[in-house]
Design a protein around this ligand. Structure first.
Ligand SMILES: C[S@@+](CC[C@H](N)C(=O)[O-])C[C@H]1O[C@@H](n2cnc3c(N)ncnc32)[C@H](O)[C@@H]1O
Length: 492
């Protein structure tokens, strides 16, 4: 192998990997690399030598990673990771996506246990979606079991060192979602501490014993506390009897160092617990849109006489222009997302309605479609976060696509989110690399007539077209369905 050194001035380090001694992620020549720190070389050698890396990547648990002959100043080794199509964050995932992430992290840990290894940083920012498949992407978090846990905010758990972190950032938010508190879960997922145990217990409609895997820990900590109280308040003679007894029964002492079998049993219990979490649809209103609007029928994805003029025209445009990537805003259960993916386009879709996003995720996963469904509001796309606002990138940077679809959504943005045409056109433009296909309901449309009062006098087709012209040089108008709705194709 020919060794070559990457010029330091050509690399762009990921802002959030600055303090990771094990390695730093960087971009070079449009590819994603990880510079391996001196302290991680031995762990990486073990992962390679014992075939762990190959096994994890083959099982789709860890991002595909290959050792390169490249060097970077200060780092003895450089590995290359597969680049995933889009970056999304936990606050944008539906409940089923969160559940799949929980199962991924448990399965990954299960694979590491026999090798004396553990994932010491199970935060959801270390997981990305490859369309509908979650994958762990932080190689440097995989360390020997005995390593100090990377995440300082929680206690170390003997069975799974990062278990408390798993609870706060994955399991508790998932429970909240299953109890109909998805909005609370989503807000707290924007914080690096996630959902604290005290918050979780306060929001729980059940006794804490519902959270099964916490029980062995709970039992032990109660016993330890009882022993401490006994030491403080009981007379000396009684104290020594209590102490001997508790010690004999091994409950006052810190838990015994668990062996492989008990760690695996603990993880099996975690898996059963996650699998048993029932996810109820949060809102049925929009998820029935296609059934209600298309006479009880969801149209097929191949051209048929049942298709409306809107179905035909959108399909014709996708076929003719062949955008590689499409962002479907206000996608509902994603008929157009699925149409585009079936046609070979790569699709990111978002909607405010969690049930719709979950349904699209389920269908795309079942049919193996290149669709990434997310929960997001057009009015407040996820902002950047972290120091200098660049640890987490804003949606407008991460989710930009060749073409944006905004079908049957503009009138909602005006009537329910109080957005102006100017704000709508600018947001569409920020997400579109090249083109936008937006549907407009003119004032005569029956749904618009219902809410349009004098204060919405400005809601006219001409005004909408003028706002679009501020950002796009060419507009083409096509028929939609039902009449008099229009499709407007905008190009830069
Ligand atoms: C009438 S449906 C249109 C579905 C699909 N685009 C189509 O044309 O068939 C409107 C969708 O927009 C979504 N929506 C409304 N306001 C939204 C907003 N502020 N951000 C994201 N989605 C929104 C609704 O939840 C609903 O699923």
């Amino acid at each position: 192998m020919l060794l070559s050194t990457i010029p330091s001035e050509e690399v762009l380090f990921h802002p959030s990997s600055g303090s990771d001694w094990n390695g730093r992620v960087f971009e070079w020549n449009h590819d994603i690399y990880r510079a391996i720190g001196p302290c991680y070389v031995d762990v990486l050698a073990k992962l390679l030598h014992e075939g762990v890396l190959r096994k994890l990547t083959e099982q789709g648990l860890l991002i595909q990673t290959e050792v390169t002959p490249l060097h970077l100043d200060g780092y003895p080794m450089v590995v290359k990771h597969r680049r995933l199509p889009f970056v999304s964050y936990a606050a944008e995932w539906s409940a089923t996506m969160m559940k799949d992430v929980a199962l991924l992290l448990i399965d990954l840990e299960r694979e590491l246990v026999p090798f004396g290894l553990s994932n010491h940083d199970v935060n959801p920012w270390n997981v990305l979606f490859d369309w509908t498949k979650p994958i762990f992407v932080d190689l440097g978090a995989i360390m020997p079991l005995e390593t100090d846990t990377i995440w300082p905010a929680t206690k170390r758990n003997a069975f799974w060192p990062a278990y408390d972190q798993f609870c706060q950032l994955i399991l508790y938010p998932l429970y909240l979602m299953s109890w109909g508190h998805a909005r609370i879960a989503r807000s707290l997922l924007n914080d690096y501490k996630g959902v604290l145990k005290a918050e979780f217990l306060k929001l729980s409609p059940h006794a804490p014993c519902r959270h099964q895997t916490a029980l062995p820990q709970l039992g032990r900590s109660v016993a330890r506390r009882a022993a401490q109280m006994a030491q403080r308040f009981l007379p000396q003679t009684v104290r020594s009897v209590v102490k001997t007894r508790l010690l004999r029964e091994r409950i006052a002492a810190p838990g015994p160092k668990p062996d492989i079998a008990s760690r695996l049993r603990f993880l099996d219990r975690c898996r059963q617990e996650v699998e048993s979490i029932k996810l109820e649809p949060s809102d049925r209103y929009w998820s029935d849109y296609y059934n209600a609007f298309h006479g009880g029928q969801v149209p097929p994805f191949n051209e048929t006489p049942e298709w409306t003029v809107k179905n035909h025209n959108v399909f014709k445009i996708l076929r003719a222009l062949g955008p590689q990537t499409i962002l479907d805003m206000g996608s509902n259960t994603g008929w157009y997302s699925q149409l585009a993916a079936t046609n070979g386009n790569q699709v990111v879709a978002f909607d405010t309605d969690e049930t719709c996003v979950d349904q699209l995720y389920y269908r795309a996963r079942t049919n193996n479609l290149a669709v990434l469904p997310l929960v997001m509001d057009f009015r407040s796309p996820s902002p950047g976060a972290g120091p200098c606002n660049n640890w987490l990138l804003p949606a407008t940077e991460r989710l930009q696509c060749d073409m944006v679809l905004a079908l049957a959504v503009v009138h909602h943005l005006v009537s329910k989110r109080y957005l102006t045409f100017g704000q709508i056109a600018q947001t569409l433009s920020m997400f579109a690399k090249r083109r936008v296909l937006v549907e407009f309901m003119p004032p005569e449309d029956q749904y618009v007539r219902d809410w349009r009062t004098r204060e919405f006098d400005w809601y006219t087709t001409d005004n909408f077209l003028s706002s679009l012209k501020q950002h796009f040089s060419r507009l083409q108008i096509l028929e939609s369905y039902p009449s008099p709705r229009k499709l407007i194709l905008c190009e830069r």
